[in-house]
Design a protein. Structure first.
Length: 305
């Protein structure tokens, strides 16, 4: 079941096109990773989904309701955490959490207390005394204390230390197990890789890749570390080999996945004594797009979907 969908979503500010035909789908019980550098269009897309901005063209729906016309109804079932939370300075963190939870018409006191403990937040302090990380904790506790069907999280771990990032990841996985849906915009690629069922990469307002990590990995390179009884000749001349680094007894390099068989055949002629491979990561895929590798953007080569 599709919870969130955009079709041809376009947003212009004067002559500037912030979004150009963005297509996204988030299914029930799914964590969808939305990644791209600053200025790529992530936050603009989210503002359209929240009904804060009106799309110039295209359609955005949540729970099959129009994101702009039915924003009030939609907000009854979603929780949103931005990357820079602003709170009422004279209220305590606990009072802000209670306010947000009551606005949603829910009151899960045990869940609230459990999350306060997990995130190690002092709810008795005034919000004006909180660091950026503690302000994020307040928003995250309020979001996960509510009975939302869809969580829209825009750089939600900004300012959190690694231990608290892990607590956040546990909350996301628990929500997923409960059948909730999550749209996660993040610059922490390891976080996206661990949590997300599917990812979409946005660049200059356009989705350039979308799919599961397994579907996207054909565009990445596998890293090999090889030891051989004889030096490997002509390695740099083989099509698909990149970033060769020679050590005292071994050589490390990257191979385009579609050329892996040819490379293995070549190096086997020099007496392989040790071979280690590292699977391609989301970061590999991401960096290839943003290093301007035009080969990944050719039609029919796993481009826009």
């Amino acid at each position: 079941m599709r919870v969130l969908s955009t079709k041809g979503l376009t947003k212009k500010f004067g002559q500037f096109t912030a979004l150009n035909g963005v297509d996204l789908d988030v299914n029930k019980g799914e964590v969808f990773g939305f990644i791209g550098p600053n200025g790529a269009g992530k936050s603009t897309t989210i503002r359209v989904l929240l009904g804060i901005l009106k799309a110039t063209k295209g359609k955005a729906t949540i729970f099959e309701l129009d994101a702009w016309k039915d924003a009030v109804e939609i907000h009854k079932r979603i929780a949103y955490v931005p990357g820079d939370v602003t709170l009422w300075p004279n209220l305590t963190g606990g009072e802000v959490i209670d306010l947000f939870v009551k606005l949603r018409g829910t009151n899960h006191k045990s869940k609230r207390e459990e999350l306060i403990r997990k995130f190690k937040l002092d709810p008795t302090k005034k919000c004006r005394t909180y660091s950026k990380g503690n302000r994020q904790k307040v928003a995250l506790i309020a979001a996960f204390s509510s009975e939302a069907d869809l969580y829209i999280l825009d750089e939600p771990t900004s300012g959190l230390d690694p231990l608290m990032e892990r607590v956040f990841q546990e909350c996301v996985l628990e929500a997923k197990q409960d059948g909730k849906s999550i749209l996660l915009s993040s610059h922490i690629l390891s976080e996206v890789e661990r949590l997300c069922d599917r990812v979409g990469i946005i660049r200059e307002g356009e989705i350039i890749e979308s799919g599961t990590l397994d579907e996207l990995r054909h565009l990445t390179r596998t890293q090999l570390q090889v030891e051989t009884s004889k030096p490997i000749a002509n390695l740099s001349n083989i099509d698909g080999v990149h970033n060769i680094e020679k050590q005292e007894r071994s050589v490390t390099f990257q191979v385009d996945s579609e050329k892996l068989e040819d490379v293995i055949k070549h190096i086997s002629m020099f007496g392989v004594t040790k071979l280690e491979s590292s699977p391609p990561t989301l970061e590999d895929l991401f960096m290839r797009h943003y290093e301007g590798d035009d080969r990944t953007l050719k039609p029919g080569d796993g481009g826009k979907s």
